[in-house]
Design a protein. Structure first.
Length: 308
């Protein structure tokens, strides 16, 4: 039986990234777009960071986009793939996000651009990251969320039914936004925030989408995937269904990427903390010029005497 914690075959993922590294610049539009958005978020933080970690660095798109990373005294570029890491430049480290080789409280800033959605034990990886950060260190990551490639998932499933009479795992499961926010809290991050962007890319046809996914190293690495050869008929049928179900008036098809951003700090005494319940000096009801309803009476409607 498959280990319940082993959703992804990390060895296969490494192979996909090694293969994609040489031609990644021809397919890295999504990585570069998300890197720019990570950079914007870092620009809003008036801090300098001595030691920074780019986890799942690919070929260094995030460091090139983010001035906060380039200003750091030391930047460690870390990837599961040797071919990716060596192209990232700088202080490159080949390591698995599931078993980080960095010491406790050794990093001031950790960023990750579209890599953590391939981690089997995400709670464990987040816990390791929090321990790696120095007190008041920042963690900022982007990973693909649950709405990603919904169109492709739909068409692949129907195409496989049409071609072979059944379905098998082909598109990765993605975590939901609310679950990821909870994982930050469980890992011990202070001031955790999770939010989402939706990026929709259009293509002439599904074959070009397949080429980009392969070129980014984002093809099927599920541990339970079918081991037999996948014929071209499946992808041709998928392309036809994609066009029929999602093609617009001009014939182009959309591909949706839901990008979830995770933001948290390693705990420190200087950080803001919520006040204890009941410690407020003024009532919210007074500020809103409304009537306060006790919790026990919430089911009983009350009329506001003020006219609209």
């Amino acid at each position: 039986m498959t280990d319940p914690m082993r959703v992804f075959d990390r060895r296969r993922l490494r192979q996909h990234r090694d293969r994609a590294a040489r031609t990644l610049p021809a397919h890295d539009f999504l990585l570069c777009e998300v890197a720019a958005r990570i950079a914007d978020r870092l620009d809003d933080i008036n801090r300098s960071f001595a030691v920074a970690l780019d986890l799942g660095c690919h070929t260094g798109e995030t460091v090139r986009a983010a001035e906060a990373l380039r200003r750091a005294e030391t930047v460690m570029s870390c990837d599961l793939s040797y071919e990716m890491a060596r192209r990232a430049g700088g202080c490159a480290v080949v390591a698995d996000e599931e078993l980080l080789p960095f010491g406790a409280e050794s990093v001031d800033l950790a960023v990750s651009n579209l890599s953590l959605h391939w981690v089997n034990d995400l709670p464990g990886a987040l816990l390791q990251l929090r321990r790696t950060l120095r007190p008041d260190g920042l963690f900022l990551a982007a990973m693909l969320g649950d709405g990603t490639l919904a169109e492709l998932r739909d068409c692949l499933m129907q195409a496989e039914i049409d071609v072979s009479g059944g379905v098998s795992p082909r598109v990765s499961p993605f975590a939901e936004l609310r679950d990821l926010g909870g994982l930050l809290q469980r890992a011990g991050f202070a001031l955790p925030v999770a939010d989402r962007d939706r990026i929709v890319v259009t293509y002439d046809d599904a074959m070009k989408l397949f080429a980009d996914l392969r070129g980014m190293g984002e093809t099927n690495a599920l541990a339970d995937q079918r081991r037999t050869f996948t014929g071209r008929d499946l992808f041709l049928r998928t392309a036809v269904l994609y066009q029929e179900r999602y093609g617009d008036a001009s014939g182009r098809i959309p591909a949706t990427f839901d990008v979830v951003y995770l933001h948290g700090w390693a705990p420190h005494a200087s950080q803001q903390r919520p006040r204890a319940p009941g410690s407020a000096q003024s009532r919210l009801a007074n500020a809103l010029q409304s009537e306060e309803i006790p919790a026990g009476d919430a089911a009983t409607p009350r009329r506001n005497d003020r006219e609209p």
